[in-house]
Design a protein around this ligand. Structure first.
Ligand code: NAD
Length: 362
């Protein structure tokens, strides 16, 4: 299928409800909003600001990411659908502006609440607040909208998922004798490294941005991997991909020497069907990305839905049980990722939880 054409055909194949394109001549904004599903409710998903090689790559990214959001929300038992938006930067390093963000906010507003924007790669809480000056359908800011940076909750959820991984492979849930390799020590990776160091693990880190590695080494006592080495071929207990998607392909999986893969990055498997099966065949336990990294969505979607702080903490804690439930199901499935998708699809098929009828209502 030619990715630049047959857009409706692609929507049918992924199951999208709506894909909207927008360009704003005054600010140069070029953006796409993809609403994959609103079966369980309105859909919250981050806005990614990225310089794509071409429009096909951008469309592919937003279609795949928004589909993942549907499964992420459903698996986390949130009454939320799945959506995502992207802003196509004209060149690398193109600076975000209030005018651009407000133009994006007006675009988000046209979805009338079916889509709720938030931060993703390249979009900060400040950017969310700028978008929120034009629409109430934004989470993740600190002043105009609320929720703030979700990454601490994403990291905590991933750490909880790692506990389930250890239990499932029959290890003691104790990090003190373990070495964890983290690719990318940015917002989520750094916080995950901190939780692991506090739990007594040795942490080996890599990041393309040298000062980021330095910070993890100096502030957390992590070990830096030499530039000539490949983290995915290192002998460690757990690998946590916390940078990019598509990093687990057939070649990388063949070289893995770890027992567990559990990280915060979205879309870690390059080809989900075959790469998930290959991991299982090699006896490497993979915590499906949308299960392990749901903490940030739980935080922002939960606040949007009116959860209390105690309910939010409980839900992030439950990522451990959800991971275990998916692993149990994966015993009869080709892979843990296939099991996670089946688990989420079952929740979607069951439909939204019915609210109890009010007394006296007809
Ligand atoms: P971030 O940009 O703060 O951190 C990513 C880090 O990875 C950066 O320090 C970057 O320099 C580094 N990096 C990029 N390419 C690399 C490479 N090839 N090798 C090593 N390091 C590399 O992003 P983040 O918020 O931590 O998100 C990381 C991943 O987690 C993304 O895939 C994101 O979509 C996903 N995610 C984040 C959240 C959240 O709450 N922030 C929630 C769910 C999923």
């Amino acid at each position: 299928m030619n990715p630049t054409t047959n857009i409706l055909e692609q929507m049918s194949s992924y199951g999208h409800e709506r894909v909207a394109f927008h360009q704003d001549p005054a600010t140069g904004l070029k953006a796409i909003i993809a609403v994959h599903s609103t079966v369980l409710g309105n859909a919250l998903g981050g806005t990614r600001r990225w310089c794509y090689a071409n429009e096909s790559e951008a469309l592919f990214d937003v279609l795949r990411l928004s589909e993942g959001m549907t499964y992420k929300a459903a698996a986390a038992d949130l009454q939320m659908g799945g959506a995502k938006s992207i802003i196509l930067m004209p060149k690398p390093g193109h600076q975000p502006t209030e005018a651009e963000a407000r133009a994006m906010g007006r675009f988000v507003d046209t979805m009338a609440g079916k889509y709720i924007a938030a931060e993703d790669v390249g979009v900060s809480p400040q950017y969310c607040d700028w978008m929120a000056m034009e629409t109430k359908h934004v989470m993740g800011g600190n002043t105009v909208s609320h929720g703030g940076d979700p990454s601490p909750f994403t990291a905590q959820g991933c750490f909880n998922s790692m506990k389930a991984c250890l239990a499932f492979v029959g290890k003691k849930v104790d990090f003190s004798n373990l070495t964890v390799g983290i690719q990318g020590v940015g917002a989520t990776g750094y916080r995950l490294a901190k939780l692991l160091r506090q739990a007594g693990a040795a942490v080996l880190v890599t990041d393309v941005h040298v000062p980021t590695v330095k910070r993890a080494v100096e502030e957390l006592g992590c070990m830096a991997l030499g530039n000539d080495k490949n983290l995915f071929a290192e002998k460690v207990d757990i690998i946590a991909p916390c940078a990019l998607g598509g990093i687990l392909d057939a070649k990388t999986i063949e070289n893995l020497k770890c027992q567990i893969v559990c990280g915060t990055a979205n879309n870690q498997l390059l080809v989900p069907d075959t790469d998930g099966a290959l991991l299982k065949k090699r006896g490497i336990l993979y915590s499906p990305d949308f299960v392990a990294n749901a903490g940030g969505l739980i935080r922002l979607a939960g606040l949007y839905l009116g959860f209390t702080e105690a309910q939010l903490d409980k839900k992030v804690e439950q990522i451990e049980q959800t991971t275990l439930a998916v692993f149990e199901e994966s015993k009869s499935q080709v892979s843990t990722s296939a099991a996670a998708i089946a688990y989420a699809k079952r929740k979607i098929a069951a439909g939204p939880v019915k609210k109890p009828a009010m007394a006296g209502s007809r």
